[in-house]
Design a protein around this ligand. Structure first.
Ligand code: ACO
Length: 311
């Protein structure tokens, strides 16, 4: 049996850029309508980073997490940033975050790219690294400035995506109740169904079919890995790609819609940022202790992944 890591979740944070782009704003750019976007996706508005870099948004999300827990940031010795829209090829966005935080002690910082599953991948990487005993505190961030790769002449994609960042701080734990469970995977998308070379390209129907299928499998897989049932799960935080994808999974799996936390109407699809933003928002609204939360993500690659965390 695979040994799963034990981690203590210290805090979560988020940053949402203030500039709002409504469906009505997009009606002025492409041949679309508020009604089409709302009924096909559940999205009403999304945010656009005007003055912020990806690293700025990530830094603000990190500061939110640090301040919420009144955390001594000099304890952080691992920073993993999940993004497909980093500031530049190198240095990594994680390096910029480290610099903005003013951390000059021994910190390992790097970026990973697993598209919209990036945060769940980063969380597994960080948890495994903490388990070695070599690190004492990890800052994991999912952040995207997708507006810089959106083609605002393509109505198939420009209505879907938004900008933002979410962060989590974790430490290693010795308590069995803090055991986390991960199931991350990928297989090659030979048809380039979802790519960003210069701008986002997506075959929406194929992504939709993949997402509905893999989300349900992924939820069942992680419950099997953890030897738990849905009754043990307080809430599912899914990647916010399309409300209809989640409704379809709810219908086919029999898991009620009120077990899925949704905020896609406000932020659209923020790729690697969507899961950590949604976790932070959920915890701001609900004071939970001793509860298990299930994360499930999917994205370009194709990547997919799920996790069960103890809060
Ligand atoms: N406004 C109006 N019409 C539109 C728009 C728009 N914004 N976009 C597409 N259409 C048109 C299409 O051109 C098509 O017209 P046609 O029939 O004349 O050719 C028509 O609407 C129907 O298009 P479909 O592709 O059949 O629409 P569908 O019901 O499949 O919905 C959507 C499209 C919302 C993109 C859906 O396929 C979807 O949600 N896919 C998954 C998207 C996703 O989750 N992507 C990201 C996941 S991974 C990640 O986050 C990186």
């Amino acid at each position: 049996m695979i040994k799963q890591p034990m981690i203590k979740i210290i805090s979560t944070g988020k940053y949402i850029p203030p500039h709002i782009v409504t469906n009505q704003d997009l009606e002025k750019l492409v041949d679309t309508s508020d009604d089409w976007i709302t009924t096909r996706t559940g999205i009403k508005r999304r945010r656009k980073a005007i003055n912020e870099l990806t690293s700025d948004m990530a830094y603000y999300a990190a500061i939110d997490a640090i301040e919420k827990a009144n955390y001594d940031q000099t304890k952080i010795d691992l920073i993993i940033m999940a993004t497909i829209t980093g500031d530049q090829f190198t240095p990594s966005t994680a390096n910029f975050i480290q610099a903005k935080l003013g951390l000059e002690h021994q910190v390992m910082s790097f970026d990973i790219n697993a598209a919209c599953t990036g945060f769940v991948y980063a969380l597994e990487i960080a948890s495994s690294m903490l388990q070695t005993g070599r690190f004492r505190s990890a800052l994991i961030i999912g952040g995207e400035k997708l507006s810089k790769v959106i083609d605002y002449t393509d109505r198939n994609t420009c209505v879907l995506f938004g900008d933002g960042a979410g962060a989590m701080i974790i430490e290693p734990s010795q308590k069995e109740q803090d055991r986390a469970y991960f199931y991350n995977a990928a297989y090659p998308d030979k048809n380039n169904t979802l790519t960003v070379i210069d701008k986002i390209f997506m075959d929406g129907k194929k992504v939709y079919q993949f997402a509905v299928d893999i989300m349900e499998k992924s939820i069942h897989k992680i419950l099997d890995v953890a030897n738990l049932t849905m009754d043990d799960i307080h809430m599912i935080i899914p990647h916010q790609a399309n409300e209809r994808i989640i409704q379809s999974v709810s219908k086919s799996s029999g898991i009620p819609m009120n077990k899925f936390m949704l905020n896609i109407s406000e932020y659209g699809n923020t790729s690697a940022a969507s899961i950590p933003i949604t976790i932070a928002e959920y915890l701001e609204k609900h004071n939970i202790t001793n509860q298990k939360i299930l994360l499930v993500g999917f994205g370009g690659g194709f990547t997919w992944g799920s996790a069960i965390l103890q809060f």
